[in-house]
Design a protein around this ligand. Structure first.
Ligand code: NAD
Length: 266
């Protein structure tokens, strides 16, 4: 557990001993921070990633690409076999896209929607039979948590494709929450603002002066800083945990006030 988590986050997931979790995209950024936190709280954790080399120590790495239904099914079955069940699914794997509708090609649209939206559908489809079993055995313990984005509702410039994909994630989360509420499987999402992960690092590296671009990015945030991956992970872990046993169909912004605040000059 990192200092950021222990000192800044009040919504504690509590003791997760005896629970099992699968985190997609868990080898980097928000997913890795989530896998690390769930494991630190006692859960047995598997990390599904197309490149699982960065899976946190103490977690079970499983290689799979979420664009392949066969891959995902095999990975979920293998993880469930190793872990001995599945209580918590975190659907987090996702990629970015920059541009207006005039910039991105059909192929780019298909690729991003395939990963960001269908990736979650495939993972949930493979996991739901196991989650239902977990819910029956231990009520309140079964959940799906998606990593969405404030882009789902914020109207960000130069993010048509990415925003559409995350809008679909938000709608999917709500519809799934309705479909599975009586089965005891809760479905929620977190909406990060700009989170400090390798993804953002890669974007900054494309700038002429990455350090200046980073300072400008920090300055644009209401809090004057980015959200940390650990802060987003803490929100995911809370929603995923029995501590949130009556929370379903919720979307939790972890964005330093980016969406909710309407900051105006005094
Ligand atoms: P990241 O690039 O650091 O990590 C993403 C992980 O997903 C990587 O390990 C990658 O290998 C994996 N992945 C990507 N495509 C995959 C595929 N097809 N199959 C399997 N694994 C795949 O990114 P991050 O910033 O930690 O982002 C994680 C999630 O958070 C994404 O869904 C993203 O949309 C969302 N998000 C990020 C931010 C941000 O500012 N970083 C903001 C809002 C939402």
């Amino acid at each position: 557990m990192t200092d950021a988590v222990s000192t800044t986050v009040p919504a504690d997931p509590g003791d997760l001993t005896g629970l099992t979790a699968l985190v997609t995209g868990g080898a980097s950024g928000i997913g890795a921070a989530t896998a690390r936190l769930l494991a630190a709280r006692g859960a047995r954790v598997a990390v599904l990633d197309r490149d699982p080399s960065g899976a946190p120590e103490g977690t079970l790495p499983v290689r799979a690409d979420v664009t392949s239904d066969a891959d995902v099914r095999a990975a979920v079955e293998s993880a469930v076999g190793e872990l001995g069940g599945l209580n918590i699914l975190v659907g987090n794997a996702g990629i970015g896209a920059i541009g207006t509708v005039e910039d991105n090609t059909d192929d780019e649209w298909h690729r991003v929607l395939d990963i960001n939206v269908l990736g979650l559908v495939r993972t949930a489809r493979a996991a739901l039979p196991h989650l239902r079993k977990a819910a029956a055995a231990r009520p309140g313990s079964a959940s799906i948590t998606h990593t969405c984005s404030i882009a789902a509702t914020a109207g960000l410039p130069q993010r048509a494709l990415y925003s559409a994909s995350k809008g679909a994630v938000l709608s999917l989360t709500l519809a799934m929450a309705a479909d599975h509420v009586r089965e005891g499987v809760r479905v929620n999402c977190v909406n990060p603002g700009t989170a400090d992960t390798p993804w953002i690092g890669r974007l900054l590296d494309q700038a002429e002066d990455p350090a200046a671009e980073r300072a400008a990015l920090d300055a644009r945030q209401p809090m004057g800083r980015l959200v940390s991956a650990e802060e987003v992970a803490a929100a995911i872990a809370y929603l995923a945990s029995p501590a949130a046993a009556s929370v379903t169909g919720a979307s939790l912004a972890v964005d330093g006030g980016m969406q909710g605040l309407r900051l105006r000059p005094a």
